[in-house]
Design a protein around this ligand. Structure first.
Ligand code: PLP
Length: 402
């Protein structure tokens, strides 16, 4: 896979900031957003970056300046978005399984809210009636996404209100004369097949007549990007064309313009990011050769949590003859990044770079085993800057009451 940065650039950063280190390309984020802007009709389609993928303020500000909105999954993400300078109109809060006081806090901020349970819908209606327009997150009963762990719209999923409860939804909406401004689905992550998005959209189209004040349909995130060298992502041009047709059909059915909203996370930030690590030990174990790095699932959990594939490049010896390595971390868990991966020969001290580390990498990191979270660096428009420093022992201790 082609890297956005040269090996020499990575090595320079390591000299300056050490390892492990997260590095992001702001130019790549801008390019991804530009591709969306140029492919979809900006008059009828809006994008809200799913910031759970990467919430650093510099990233949020960059995305704000591009003109994109932001989708939040907790009230604290919404506060971070406000701090990054997003106006309420550009902030969406798609809740799941939350207490009603977070919804009240979101109302205080004046942001868009998607509600995902009958009980919160009832509370919302009882408290705000018609005064605060809301969206409803539905579970469309569609199996979608890379694997079950990243599929969220199927019949066993906790996310959204099941479609078969539409009668209960309507009773609540009518009882409180609620202003329903949108319907929402998010069926999963890494959805390659455009038909899956349209299958979900069709289920929403069929509900339009029930909601006379509807102004948008939110189809969630889940655009696929390539993680493996032989993979391709969602065909954005095809998705844009099918969305255009769907938007027309929805608007015709409603008798007024209906906007389409999307909430891409990985699409905007996955490929922009890299995790640079150093090899601590090489351990021979029969036919297996372990390369133990100075990281673990405390820094990049996706391989262990989702069985995710992350491309790895040995930037110290990219042209050495290839051998099979099992790449492991240094924490007290079985934290395997890759099994029997064919890589250029690895020696202790070599630098291994993990690709597609921008989304759900640093953001899902922890200080497990009292190891420090890595520093983060952003390269954008020729400027390279530290956007968060490496943790210290004081950081690990600062909440403890001594
Ligand atoms: N929207 C919602 C409601 C989500 O739960 C997620 C991911 O968990 C996203 C958007 C972003 O998904 P992705 O990063 O696959 O685009």
């Amino acid at each position: 896979m082609q890297s956005l940065f040269t090996d020499a650039f990575f090595k320079d950063l390591v000299l300056q900031y050490g390892t492990p280190l997260y590095v992001y390309s702001g130019d790549k984020i801008a390019l991804q957003y530009k591709h969306l802007q140029e492919s979809f009709d900006p008059k009828t389609t809006r994008f809200f970056y799913a910031c759970k993928a990467l919430t650093n303020q510099h990233i949020l500000q960059l995305i704000r300046d591009l003109g994109c909105g932001v989708d939040c999954s907790s009230i604290n993400e919404a506060y971070m978005a406000v701090r990054a300078g997003f106006t309420p109109e550009r902030i969406l809060y798609t809740s799941n399984g939350i207490a009603f006081d977070e919804i009240e806090a979101a109302v205080e901020l004046g942001i868009h809210i998607n509600i995902d349970s009958l009980s919160n819908l009832e509370k919302m209606g009882a408290k705000y009636g018609h005064d605060y327009p809301v969206g409803i997150r539905l579970r469309p009963n569609i199996m979608a996404g890379g694997n079950l762990k990243i599929s969220t719209g199927h019949e066993q999923s906790k996310f959204g209100i099941p479609l078969e409860q539409i009668d209960e939804i309507l009773q609540i909406v009518h009882r409180h004369n609620m202003h329903i401004r949108g319907l929402h689905i998010h069926t999963g992550s890494e959805i390659k097949d455009v038909k899956v998005f349209m299958e979900g959209a069709t289920r929403l189209l069929e509900l339009i007549d029930h909601f006379p004040e509807l102004s948008c349909m939110d189809l969630g995130g889940g655009f696929k990007v390539a993680y493996r060298p032989d993979e391709s992502g969602t065909n954005i041009l095809q998705l844009a064309e099918e969305t255009r047709l769907m938007q027309e059909a929805m608007s015709k059915r409603a008798g007024r313009p209906i906007e389409i909203w999307f909430e891409p996370g990985k699409y905007l930030v996955s490929e922009c990011g890299y995790l640079i690590t150093r090899v601590n030990v090489i351990k021979e174990n029969g036919s297996t050769v372990f390369a133990g790095i100075d990281s673990g699932f405390n820094h990049l959990i996706r391989p262990m949590f989702y069985d995710a594939y992350h491309h790895i490049r040995n930037i110290s010896q990219p042209n050495a003859p290839k051998k099979k390595y099992t790449i492991t971390g240094n924490i007290c868990e079985t934290d395997q990044f890759a099994t029997d991966r064919l890589l250029p020969e690895i020696n202790e001290g070599d630098l291994l770079v993990f690709f597609n580390a921008g989304a759900y990498g640093y953001e899902m990191s922890s200080s497990y085993n009292a190891r420090f979270r890595p520093a983060q660096v952003l390269h954008y428009r020729g400027d390279t800057r530290l956007i968060s420093r490496r943790e210290t022992l004081d950081d690990l201790m600062h909440l403890q009451i001594l």
